[in-house]
Design a protein around this ligand. Structure first.
Ligand SMILES: *Cc1c(COP(=O)(O)O)cnc(C)c1O
Length: 415
């Protein structure tokens, strides 16, 4: 990055500092990852120079000979990897992808049913602070108070009563698997479309360690930058009959020109995700999360739903006498990065809730395994036991750096 260093040393130094931070810390934010050097190269390429409103073979700009081939490769690889009939790879990110699906299939004021944000759902599943909760009539289901799992009978009852036009399944903070078949039966019964938002779990589905929604959902949305380990972006997969409506909703309905450098990086991501190594990666994410959860339970932590089936763990810290924000800040001082999070039926406010959310996609990308997860759990326990002891946190940060030095991070050169 010599040109950048000369032209803009401020930004250069900040990027280098972030690079060192990502290298020297245990990154447990479950929506984050490390992309490969190949994905970085495609995403930092001259394709950012191009305008190409429209779709391959149907553009509003001349000069698309290479761009059309790139987008076509991305689409074909997405369809092949997920077994989908149609793919749109242009959404700028997960939120606009969901918005495009609603714009395609709903009329203003139609009911939109999703998992409530405080129970693990995403803002764009109809939460009141999101435009999706303003343009459409939000109907929100919850998890069960005792088990912290989705109560499918309650979902069915609510759907019968409210008659939503779309039911969204998927979450940002739900440590268990989704039963897409049951969701599809409920949607069919009430005449709703089923949207599976697999943003968090796409990589696990590809690896075969989470059930696959493609046979059941009318539309599937995923971000490309979480467990799928690609650039920041999103894709919409759907049945052939809905392809036209979805495509028109993305462009010209919601967006202008696609981000071609991202499209190319998505194509590279999908090629990587189709390899046996990626399948092993997905399997290891889940093994690591299970081990981390078991070790935390052994240290007396209270886990939402009692554990995990996927890549993430929600810890309710109430019994430890510390809030989520205090815990996340103390962990960051010790080189362990996570986010604070509400837990179901949380009596505290979202800005300083009772829990933290951790996950294993990023550490697994560095090649860490079960032995390292047990070590991470011990560090978390030591930090949470003495959150205000900065000497303790500093000592752990040093141990964390030593461990990180043994596990190179994809896309970040060792210096
Ligand atoms: C991350 C996420 C999104 C939104 O993605 P952005 O790229 O942050 O807009 C949507 N839905 C779910 C379930 C997510 O986890």
């Amino acid at each position: 990055m010599d040109a950048l260093r000369r032209l803009d040393p401020d930004i250069y130094e900040l990027i280098r500092a972030e690079e060192r931070y990502e290298l020297d810390s245990i990154r447990l934010i479950p929506s984050e990852n490390y992309v490969s050097q190949a994905v970085l190269e495609a995403s930092g390429s001259i394709l950012t120079n191009k305008y190409s409103e429209g779709y391959p073979g149907r553009r509003y700009y001349e000069g698309q000979r290479y761009i059309d081939s790139i987008e076509t490769l991305a689409i074909e690889r997405a369809c092949a990897l997920f077994g989908a009939q149609h793919a749109n790879v242009q959404p700028y990110s997960g939120s606009p992808a969901n918005l495009a699906v609603y714009f395609a299939l709903l009329k203003p004021g139609d009911a939109l049913m999703g998992l409530a944000l405080p129970h693990g759902g995403h803002l764009t599943h109809g939460w009141s602070a999101s435009v999706t909760g303003a343009l459409w009539r939000p109907v929100q289901y919850t998890v069960e108070r005792e088990t912290h799992r989705i109560d499918y009978d309650a979902v069915r009852e609510l759907a019968r009563k409210e008659r939503p036009k779309i039911i969204v399944t998927g979450a940002t903070a739900y440590p268990r698997q989704f039963d897409f078949k049951v969701f599809a039966e409920i949607a069919r019964e009430v005449g709703a479309y089923l949207l599976a938002d697999i943003s968090h779990i796409a990589g696990l589905i590809v690896a075969g360690v989470h059930p696959d929604p493609i046979p059941y959902a009318d539309v599937v949305v995923t971000t490309t930058h979480k467990t799928l380990r690609g650039p920041r972006g999103a894709m919409i997969l759907c049945r052939r009959e809905l392809a036209d409506r979805i495509d028109r909703a993305v462009f010209p309905g919601l967006q202008g020109g696609p981000h071609n450098h991202t499209t190319a990086a998505i194509a590279v991501t999908l090629k990587e995700a189709a390899t046996p190594e990626f399948k092993r990666y997905g399997e290891q994410i889940v093994k690591n999360a299970r081990t981390l959860a078991d070790e935390l339970l052994a240290h007396g932590f209270n886990l939402v739903s009692g554990g995990t089936d996927n890549h993430l763990i929600l810890i309710d810290l109430t019994t430890k006498g510390i809030t989520g924000k205090q815990a996340a800040q103390a962990l960051d001082r010790a080189g362990i990065v996570c986010n604070y999070n509400t837990v179901p039926y949380d009596p505290r406010k979202p800005f300083n809730p009772s829990g933290i959310r951790i996950g294993t996609p990023a550490v697994t990308s560095r090649g860490m395994g079960e032995a390292e997860m047990r070590q991470v759990a011990r560090w978390i326990d030591r930090v949470i036991a003495h959150p205000d002891d900065n000497e303790n946190s500093g000592r752990i940060a040093g141990e964390v750096r030593e461990l990180c030095a043994r596990f190179p991070a994809p896309g970040i050169p060792l210096r």
